[in-house]
Design a protein around this ligand. Structure first.
Ligand code: SF4
Length: 611
């Protein structure tokens, strides 16, 4: 009995072969599961310099080690590959039931190799694994695809699929399961490049049993008791992440008009109350007590009847303040459209805001935009551009390349207005207003992500490991590294960021140890070393792709322009990123060029890695 199935499923779409292989105990012990398995196999089985959209790239799907057990809030799954957006590591995380069903189907990891000759889907069922034709699915949106596969294989079939955008290789395409998506880094683009429309699972839900059942059940009950009355859980359940918009606005963290200012007075109605009035239900992932998903339906205005599970905070920003839109109904419509067509809401909204700023400055005109006037706040244009991006139509084709490539193509100084790190668009956090959070986004191995190491110390006043002044120009390196390590160790689980209320290291380590039988995970230093090992190997992956210190940076705007009209954050600027980088590298034992030293690799048990 163990929380592991003990196997990985390897599928080669070029040869049509499918094999189940044991995962060695040494790998289980060193990397534990989830993101740990992902980076171990991605690094070990692919070469540097491969084409992200070529046959030699691999696409890895991971449930966490606690998926499919009784543990609460570990229902998420991760996809890793080489990113077509950044050229570095891609990691995207989705929710729903898919992780648990990967485990029920007997997989701790699914590795997709090669490229199918024709549109195909993968069907995992009790009799085995089949690669089937997806000729009748190609072109369908993500909802229709899932419905069609349920009609074919039964209502309980669980599917993760791409939409039209992934088929067309939009660089920030997503993978959708239910109404949840693994959104970032272009993981859906890689799936599209492999001609893989979907992975469907038909399996009997049978809970995985931990090694130490009694110990595990005791810890699980303790966690459940803490969670039930935890203030943050109740807030998440009641509002989802919509309440964050107000909180970030008041802190000056919410960017406005492509990070030009923090001024959001004009869009006051895009916040919590407006969404509360539209709420018609909640939705949760597998075995989650928090159930943060908020289903909204528009009750008035031009988008009456539109609904979505969401938008959550990032998407409210992407289709609200980022483009100066004040119509809440349009944000719901935009969220749903992106889910159906299969594009990342953050990168999409960011690309549209970028284009609007270029239009504002006269860098592009209607001659570049298929005749469309890109005026701030025009939600009809915003929705039109979502379609154009997903279908790679006209000007949308350029925006679907991501802001970095689009800016390079446009020239005329457009690069200054592309808000990305390493080629991936920044989320709804102004780095000038939370500099440790900004440093984490600058150094993140997947590019501009708030989820690689969320600085709760700056955003919500967390005191652990120490309180932090978010405006201070130094003393952030250890915090950024601490949070990234924290996320790494949580994502062997794979624990959801919104469901971790009250979960201590001791409790988390205990759950891992009793589930796997690896007792050392009860010790906090061993747990943190595990997180650090994962982050370090991810850094090695990027080093192998040629990333150096120069890539650990923020858009020029954050480094040179004091932030206007941002309440308490007004006039803030990231004055000395270089000093922050030195702190960060020193804390992690990397060279000042951002490369893990041989001593650090040895300390983390990665001495088989040569850079
Ligand atoms: S908190 Fe929300 S996103 Fe996280 S596992 Fe629960 S329902 Fe899913």
């Amino acid at each position: 009995m163990s929380a592991y199935t003990g196997y990985l499923l390897r599928v080669n779409l070029s040869s049509g072969s499918t094999n189940r292989e044991p995962i060695p105990v040494e790998v289980q012990r060193r990397f534990v599961g989830g993101r740990g398995f992902g980076i171990r196999y991605l690094f070990g089985e692919t070469d540097g310099g491969i084409d992200p959209l070529g046959e030699r790239n691999k696409l890895l799907f991971m449930p966490g080690v606690l998926a499919g057990t009784k543990a609460l809030g570990f229902g998420r799954w991760i996809v890793m590959t080489r990113s077509p957006l950044t050229g570095g590591l891609a990691r995207a995380c989705g929710g729903g039931n898919f992780a648990a069903f990967m485990k029920f189907a007997g997989c701790d990891l699914v590795i997709i190799e090669g490229k199918a000759e024709r549109p195909s889907y993968l069907f995992l069922h009790e009799g085995g694994t089949e690669i089937r034709s997806a000729a009748d699915l190609w072109g369908l949106d993500t909802e229709m695809t899932q419905k069609a596969l349920q009609e074919k294989h039964g209502q309980r079939t669980q599917t993760a699929c791409i939409g039209p955008a992934g088929e067309r290789l939009v660089r920030f395409a997503t993978i959708t399961h239910g109404t949840r998506t693994a959104s970032r880094c272009g993981v859906g683009t890689v799936m599209g490049a492999k001609n893989l429309k979907a992975i469907s699972i038909s399996a009997r839900p049978k809970l995985l049993e931990p090694v130490d059942k009694e110990g595990f059940d005791g810890l699980q009950k303790e966690h459940s008791t803490i969670l039930r009355d935890h203030k943050r859980r109740v807030k998440m359940h009641t509002f989802g992440t919509t309440f964050l918009a107000h909180m970030m606005r008041d802190a000056g963290i919410l960017p406005f008009k492509n990070f030009q200012t923090g001024n959001i007075e004009a869009i006051e109605n895009l916040f919590t109350d407006a969404y509360a009035e539209m709420r018609k239900g909640t939705h949760g992932c597998y075995n989650c007590m928090t159930r943060c998903g908020q289903v909204h339906e528009v009750k008035e205005g031009p988008y009456t009847g539109a609904w979505s599970e969401g938008p959550e905070y990032e998407t409210i920003w992407a289709f609200g303040p980022q483009v100066a839109n004040t119509d809440v109904g349009a944000t719901v419509r935009a969220d749903r459209l992106c889910d159906l067509l299969g594009i990342d809401t953050i990168s999409t909204g960011s690309a549209i805001g970028f284009a609007m700023e270029l239009f504002q400055r006269g860098i592009i005109t209607t001659q570049d935009t298929d005749g469309i006037e890109l005026n701030w706040g025009d939600h009809r244009v915003m929705l039109d551009l979502i379609h154009k991006i997903a279908y790679r139509d006209g000007f949308g084709k350029l925006l679907g390349e991501g802001t970095k490539r689009a800016a390079e193509h446009i020239g005329k100084g457009a690069e200054r207005y592309a808000m990305h790190c390493k080629g991936m668009e920044l989320p709804a956090y102004e780095p000038r207003a939370a500099k440790g959070h900004g440093l984490s986004m600058a150094t993140s191995n997947i590019g501009g992500s708030h989820m690689y190491g969320y600085a709760r110390q700056e955003i919500s006043g967390k005191k652990d490991p120490r309180p932090v002044d978010r405006f201070a120009d130094e003393g952030k390196g250890d915090i950024a590294a601490y949070n990234q390590i924290d996320k790494g160790l949580e994502e062997v689980g794979i624990l959801c960021n919104f469901a971790d209320s009250g979960l201590t290291y001791e409790l988390l380590g205990g759950l891992y140890a009793t589930a796997t039988g690896f007792d050392e995970l009860r010790e906090v230093p061993a747990l943190r070393r595990l997180g650090e090992r994962i982050v370090c190997l991810e850094r090695c992956y990027n080093v192998r792709e040629g990333f150096t210190r120069k890539d650990d940076t923020l858009p020029e705007r954050m480094l040179t322009e004091p932030l206007p009209d941002a309440g308490p954050a007004t006039d803030q600027v990231v004055r000395n990123l270089d000093a922050l980088l030195d702190e960060y590298y020193d804390y992690l034992g990397y060279s000042r060029d951002g490369v893990p030293t041989p001593e650090k690799l040895k300390e983390l048990g990665l001495d088989d890695i040569s850079l």
